[in-house]
Design a protein around this ligand. Structure first.
Ligand code: ZN
Length: 92
């Protein structure tokens, strides 16, 4: 499984998601900690779904996320797919 690489801005080491809370269906707050023993920096982060790029094939009528402007949809289409997809399975 590919995992998004969270990099510590201080030591450039890996960061782990210590815990997270769902604030809203589109917003999750995570608490990150650098795993480098000599660093140990910790921070709060947010992961937010902001715009719909492509409609769901199984739409939930309760979900209403604004459609991205055309320029943003085109930009998203141009971006290459990478292996750095975020692994959200460890978030609770
Ligand atoms: Zn660090």
């Amino acid at each position: 499984m590919s995992v998004y690489k969270l990099v510590c801005p201080h030591c450039h080491g890996k960061m782990r998601i210590r815990t997270s809370d769902g604030v809203h269906i589109f917003l999750r707050v995570a608490y990150l900690q650098c795993v480098h023993e000599g660093c140990g920096w910790a921070c709060r982060a947010q992961f937010e779904m902001t715009h719909e790029l492509s409609p769901s094939g199984m739409p939930n009528p309760a979900i209403d996320l604004p459609l991205a402007p055309k320029a943003l949809r085109l930009e998203a289409r141009r971006r290459p797919t990478t292996d750095h997809q975020m692994d959200l399975t460890g978030l609770e």
